[in-house]
Design a protein around this ligand. Sequence first.
Ligand code: KIV
Ligand code: ZN
Length: 512
Amino acid sequence: MADKLIIFDTTLRDGEQSPGASMTRDEKVRIARQLERLKVDVIEAGFAASSNGDFEAVQWVANTIKDSTVCSLARANDRDIARAAEALKGAQSARIHTFIATSALHMEKKLRMTPDQVFEQAKQSVRFARNLVADVEFSPEDGYRSDPDFLCRVLEAVIAEGATTINVPDTVGYAVPELYGNFIKSLRERIPNSGKAIWSVHCHNDLGMAVANSLAGVKIGGARQVECTINGLGERAGNCSLEEVVMAVKTRRDYFGLDLGIDTRHILAASRMVSQTTGFVVQPNKAVVGANAFAHASGIHQDGVLKARDTYEIMRAEDVGWSANKIVLGKLSGRNAFKQRLQELGVQLESESEINAAFARFKELADRKAEIFDEDILALVSDESVSQDKELYGFVSLSQHSETGERPHAAVVFTSAGQEVKSESDGNGPVDASLKAIEAHVQSGAEMVLYSVNAISGSTESQGEVTVRLQNSGRVVNGTGSDPDIVVASAKAYLSALNKLQSKADRVAAQG
Ligand code: KIV
Ligand code: ZN
């Protein structure tokens, strides 16, 4: 039997660290469920000690997920580790992931600690964590740029203390495949007790090589765990992309010779869920999950694919969740069909009342739009602007007037702490007027750092999905909204971002 490659997903932790990608507790639980459906081996749900919100998110994921191991990140100190263990109490299978920087640069400039102090703290933290849970992962942050002799000393010691997984991060995305693969190989060869731990790779994508480096860590270095995120989400240029690394190992099993536990048919739904939740749009030519990944535009390619699929296709679109028939529901579809489609898309709503509310929104949309696509359904259930009962601001209605040669004017009705308010403004265009109308009442003072519109299913009949990124007092949040009318979608997105701005507590950054 071939070795198994463990897939450790850190979308909810390292992915979420990307400015503007922060997620609410409920969003994290929804994505964690989809990761479980995907049969991800380990879900890193967050960094419990970073904020009360993240503690709760880890706790909820731990209490919900049954088939994947749930992990929390913790800095190498007793407080963080104890907090992680507490958040993970309800998990069927729990892992604590503790880390400390080991590169000379990070130790001296960031931690202001000597190598001997770092060595002692790493050992003591793993010992402490092992008293709380059986499954402990240790990461030497900036490991790839660390002195190999010092790294060997630290890793040998933490394995002796009981670390079950050793993860070697390329924190700043500096590695190149051959060198990174050989780096892991030489650590494993030099450390006498290396065979007692599973070796893991964690690569950032600053030079666009995160997937290639991770695969080299597996092939050359002998790592048997890859840390990755859906859509490659993550700080700066992101992390190693789960869908790419998984499909590379599956498609080139002849080369890698490794088994995976992943049910790849759920990849696309996971990708869409993460993109719609964070507002980070997937580029059309993105491998595996981009809209063009399986589209054959050129005549020669089309002709070849029609004669024999494998002339140009190395993977089957269905294997990663693309369906041939994209029109799923319409005006006459009933509640059961809607509920079943939600299940197929991997969306689990908490209660019957949530299903009823989503179904009502579906009916409302079906009245305005003849064909409802999977993308519409996902947008509909992830549209935070509709859950007015839980949020400070909620969209009610909008009217706007624009005519060539006249300055557009908008009047927006929305709820603010349960009270309906109407606010009006002029603007450069109808979207600008609508957002200015909301801001005139709310006076958040936030700066808009991104506004983007995406046609959900690719035609003018489709819904517009709008992302608004706001920044205020050093915090960056994304709001998303969707509607067949892009001015309405924009107002919803703006209100959703305002809700996030006022609801999230500040958190400690993992690499801060
Ligand atoms: O990139 C990194 O070094 C990390 C560690 C915290 C594992 O994300
Ligand atoms: Zn990282």
